[in-house]
Ligand binder design. Structure first.
Ligand code: IPE
Ligand code: IPE
Ligand code: MG
Length: 235
């Protein structure tokens, strides 16, 4: 498949960890732990394929509603993942970034995250963006606050606000919009993920639970994307 179209930016809603664990009579956190291996597999394959940006929905603004014990397990896992994977990201030339209300994360998580972002900032390959304490509506509201400030300071006239201008006030201002959005575990919804940015993304939903989603599944999604005809409203 030499002429295959490779998406520049893939975004993934990594869903189904809990159901994966339940099916096996395991605790939900075991599903999250296994899911971390799928992250490793997808990062590696995206880097190999020449994908430039990979955004992973790891923790939503709404996920704070979960039982304290599950939130704590997820935060611990995130911290351990970052500590353990940073040397690998260095080897793979992967640059780490994060979007979301990062200051809501536990202080120790923020420290490790910032350290990893800083350390990998010199890398020039795949950009891996973790969406943490992320909500699409919250991002738009934060963007509105930011643009209102620039109006109040007299830097921009409201008449000059276009979609492109507004995009520069979102967390994702440094990245192109996703070309392909993948959701695992079969749910047909966006769950507050990148609401603004995915207006023209190609959607790919698979029944597989996230811990079962590996290299071949990513390849299948890219192959499917490659056959899509994108018109952006034109002909
Ligand atoms: C996705 O798996 C991981 C997070 C949302 C943090 P879930 O934990 O949502 O698993 P299911 O959807 O309950 O199976
Ligand atoms: C979306 O999954 C959030 C993440 C994958 C981080 P959820 O499991 O939280 O979404 P809903 O509740 O099924 O919509
Ligand atoms: Mg879920």
């Amino acid at each position: 498949m030499a002429s295959r179209k490779i998406p520049k930016h893939i975004a993934i809603i990594m869903d189904g960890n809990g159901r994966w664990a339940k099916e096996r009579g395991l605790a939900r956190r075991e599903g999250h732990r296994k899911g971390a291996e799928s992250v490793r597999a997808c990062v590696e394959r995206c880097a190999l394929l020449g994908v430039e940006f990979l955004t992973l929905y790891a923790f939503s603004s709404e996920n704070w509603k979960r039982p304290k014990s599950e939130v704590a397990a997820l935060m611990k896992l995130l911290e351990a993942f970052l500590k353990q994977k940073t040397p690998e990201l260095m080897e793979q030339n992967v640059r780490l970034q994060a979007i979301g209300r990062i200051t809501q994360l536990p202080a120790s998580c923020q420290r490790v995250l910032h350290h990893s972002i800083e350390r990998t900032s010199v890398n020039t390959g795949l950009t891996l963006i973790l969406a943490l304490s992320y909500g699409g509506r919250e991002e738009i509201v934060d963007g509105v606050r930011s643009i209102v400030r620039t109006v109040q300071e007299g830097h921009i006239d409201p008449a000059m606000i276009t979609p492109d201008v507004f995009s520069k006030h979102l967390y994702t201002r440094y990245y192109p919009d996703p070309d392909l959005l993948i959701r695992t575990s079969g749910e047909m919804r966006l769950s507050n993920f990148l609401l603004w940015q995915i207006s023209y993304a190609e959607l790919y939903i698979t029944e597989k639970f996230w811990p079962d989603f590996r290299e071949d599944d990513l390849e299948a999604a890219v192959n499917d994307y490659s056959r899509r005809q994108r018109r952006f409203g034109g002909l």
